[in-house]
Unconditional design. Structure first.
Length: 167
């Protein structure tokens, strides 16, 4: 991974609470919170929407998109094969994103409402990325969220430790 540049330093240790509108399977806004724990880790929890209760962390990639504004891209790939890329505009308090869900997200919603730190849960999530030992296709989504709050630190989120595997 490329070294963290000074341009994304302001994003590290930010705790962002946001709501997605119109996520598949949800009639109400899907409230999420995310903490940019370090230059390589994002920690998040879902408090509403179809995956309410999911708590996870991922190896994250950060990039500043605008020198004049507080606009960043955060991207990661999950163990289930889902790809996430979010454009976070701290000044305008918006998030635009592209998500490519593994179909298991739709078939196995109950499995996703758990904590990744549980070894059994992590193993189940990993298995959803494959069918017959082959990677599966993805279902693309473009999403929009409003940022509700920005603060510093983990809040109630549990930090990823060296003992917690990414995949």
């Amino acid at each position: 991974m490329a070294p963290l540049t000074d341009s994304v330093n302001p994003l590290i240790n930010k705790h962002i609470v946001y709501e997605f509108e119109g996520l598949e399977g949800s009639d109400t806004p899907a409230r999420y919170e995310a903490w940019c724990q370090s230059e390589e880790t994002i920690v998040y929890k879902m408090h509403g929407g179809p995956y309410k209760g999911r708590s996870a962390y991922q190896r994250a990639f950060y990039q500043k998109l605008s020198d004049a504004d507080e606009i960043y891209m955060i991207s990661w790939i999950e163990e289930v094969g889902t790809t996430v890329s979010l454009v976070v505009n701290l000044k305008e308090k918006t998030i635009n994103g592209f998500l490519a869900f593994a179909p298991g997200h739709f078939r196995e919603r109950e499995i996703f409402r758990a904590d990744k730190r549980n070894p059994e849960t992590l193993d189940q999530w990993r298995q959803l990325a494959y069918v017959d030992n082959k990677p599966i296709h993805r279902v693309p989504y473009q999403v929009f969220a409003r940022i509700i709050e920005v603060s510093e630190g983990a809040g109630d989120l549990q930090p990823r430790t060296e003992a917690d595997p990414y995949f």
